[in-house]
Structures are given as C-alpha cells and as structure tokens.
Design a protein around this ligand. Structure first.
Ligand SMILES: *Cc1c(COP(=O)(O)O)cnc(C)c1O
Length: 349
C-alpha cells in the first residue's frame, strides 16, 4: 500500500469521554463535540462510539454536519448547531430534528417565524466577540426569547486553556449576570472549562479536543497513530543534498528513506528539518523539506530498513507534532488528509 495508515482508537475516545464526564458532578450532562468531521477523525464513527459510551447530545458547527451526524446516529440524540439557524437551513433543521444555537436577533426571528415550537438554544457573547448575542441585544430580546422556551443558554470561553487568565472569571461573571434566574439549563465549558472546576460546569459541558487526546486535557489516552510507508531508500555521501532547495546536506555517509506523506496530507511544511519519526522505539529525524506527497528521513542508525515509520503514535501525539510545526493540536488533527487509509479500533480490537 502506498498511502499512510491512520489508526483511530474509538475505545480511547470513549474512555476519554467517560473520564471527562466524571470530571463534573453526576447531575451535569456531558456532550460530545464532533464538528469538523470530529476533528478530522470521522464524525459518523466517532459519534456512534460516543453514543454507545452514553453521550446523548452532540455539537457541530454547521447544519450540514448535523445532517451527517443524524444519519449516523438515527433519531433520538440531540444534535446542536453552533452556527445557529442560517438562511436556507430551515428544512434541514426541521426535517432532521437539529437544535440550532441562535446567535443573533436575526436568527431568533428566522427560527421562531419559520419553525415555531421547534427546539432551539441561545448562544451568548460573554467577551470572546465571536458568536452569540451581546449583553444589550440579549437584554432586549430575553423576555420574548425566554417565553419561546429555549432549551439551553450557552457561551464559550476565550482563554480556558490558561487557568490563571483573568478573562475566565470575567466571562463567568458575565454569564451569570446574563442567565441567573432564567431557569433555563446552561453551558459554558468546553475541554478547558471542564478543567477549570465545578464553578464553570453549569448543567452541560461540551468537550471536543479532550476526547481526541489533545491539550489542555493532559490525562487523555492517545487516540491516533499514523504510519507512513517507506517507498525507497538511498545512500547519500558527504556533501550531497536531499530534497527541494537542497534543504539538507549530508555530513557523513547516510541512509535516507523516502516516505509517503507530505503537506497535502496535513504534514505541515513547518515540520521541514524539524520533526522525528519513529521505528518502534527508535527516533529517526525528518531531514530536508516536507514536499507535497513525500518526506525524507535519516535512517542511517537503523539495523534494518523498516517498511513503515510512525509520525503519530505512542511516542508522539498531535500536540508534539504541532509544537514542532509551530501550531496547535487542533490544527494538526483537523488537517490530517483524505488520502490515508483509515482503520478504526473498537471493542478492544
Ligand atoms: C469547538 C467548540 C467546543 C469544543 O472545544 P474544545 O476546546 O475542543 O473542547 C465547545 N464549544 C464551542 C462553542 C466550540 O466552538
């Protein structure tokens, strides 16, 4: 096989969900965030695994993603749409029983006029200035919106991955001010917010990255491994160069493996000359530039030429690779390409 193999451990995702569920009190519901195709890992498979683990509510970014998750899960579980009720989505929201988190007066009007009586939530802006109704807008709208019976009031923390950041307390206070006394179930915490402690948990938490083994949830089980086939090897003498722009120069006689997988597969070009692949427990440096389909690796120190080298696995998670590329685990995961063969582990298999 000439493409890499991405292995996704659904049991590990389910275990991470259970652990994050246990991190809040038993009366607090724990959802699963499966937007962006479950952070690149496959929304259908992941949502089904989370549902089997006990998740009853899911969040996606857009109605189209909600439709795919509904198809995977069937009727029953609640599927919430973070972008709310956009023009053109009414039929999908109605027919597939999706629950939009309404972000503006415009969306509130659209929803209540086009689907009266259909479930909705409201997203409030507590300082991130990205999605949701601002304080003044909410003050004006709250009387009739609350009258229409929202089933959730939610907001999102901008700095939850920095526990000491003053923005956390400021957003918590703003959320209380906007929602206390409404009697409506509330949600403020994603993965980072869960780790900030019970004052941030309210009635429902919304973990995403923590399910998939990423920071800031340091206790997560590893979820993905990525194994790349060695296409060919060559001996390179001192003074010879490897790859585009002669990005690496051999100082000693070296054995170089050319490995399938490049920036078109999400192996960011920032990893050039700056990452490690693994042959079992032995690290092998990536040398030269990452190109579209290929990377080159120094395997001079190996006793045998391996058939594969691992770039994600027990020794190196998405955050480690992200650090090397100057980005975050979220971007690394969601960028994993469509060319990999995908293998799902489930039921201890
Ligand atoms: C993406 C997102 C989440 C999940 O965040 P993680 O940091 O991945 O846990 C939760 N809520 C909202 C509004 C989001 O946009």
């Amino acid at each position: 096989m000439a493409t890499g193999t991405l292995t996704i451990d659904l049991d590990a995702i389910a275990a991470n969900w259970r652990a994050l569920d246990k991190a809040s009190a038993s009366g607090v519901q724990t959802a699963g965030v499966v937007k962006a195709d479950a952070y690149g890992l496959g929304a259908g498979r992941v949502a089904r695994a989370l549902a089997r683990a006990g998740a009853r509510r899911f969040f996606v970014a857009a109605s189209e993603e909600g439709a795919a998750v509904r198809q995977a899960l069937g009727p029953g579980p609640q599927i919430c749409i973070l972008s709310g009720h956009m023009a053109g989505d009414t039929e999908m929201i109605g027919d597939l029983d999706l629950t939009p988190m309404l972000n503006s007066l415009e969306q509130v009007t659209r929803h209540l006029e086009s689907l009266p009586g259909h479930a909705f939530g409201v997203q409030l802006d507590t300082g991130m200035n990205r999605l949701g109704m601002e304080e003044a807008e909410w003050e004006a709208a709250a009387p009739f919106v609350l009258d229409a019976g929202p089933e959730l009031l939610m907001s999102h923390l901008a700095c939850a991955d920095e526990p000491d950041h003053p923005m956390n307390e400021a957003q918590l206070a703003a959320f209380h001010a906007m929602t206390d006394g409404t009697g409506v179930p509330r949600s403020l915490a994603a993965t980072g917010g869960i780790l900030l402690g019970p004052r941030y948990h309210f009635d429902l938490t919304r973990p995403g990255i923590g399910l998939y083994g990423g920071r800031p949830y340091e206790g997560a089980l590893r979820v993905v491994s990525l194994s790349l086939p060695v296409i060919q090897t060559r001996e390179v003498g001192p003074g010879e160069f490897v790859g585009y722009s002669c990005g690496w120069e051999a100082e000693a006689p070296s054995l170089v493996a050319t490995v399938q997988g490049g920036y078109a597969d999400g192996l960011l070009r920032g990893l050039s000359n700056n990452a490690v692949l693994w042959d079992g427990d032995t690290p092998c440096p990536l040398i030269g530039r990452v190109s579209m389909d290929l990377i080159t690796v120094d395997i001079s120190h190996l006793a045998e030429v391996p058939r594969h080298l691992d770039i994600l696995g027990p020794h190196q998670g998405p955050d480690d690779l992200a650090d090397a590329a100057g980005t975050i685990g979220y971007e690394m995961l969601t960028g994993l390409g469509a060319r990999y063969g995908r293998r799902y582990l489930e039921g201890g298999a």
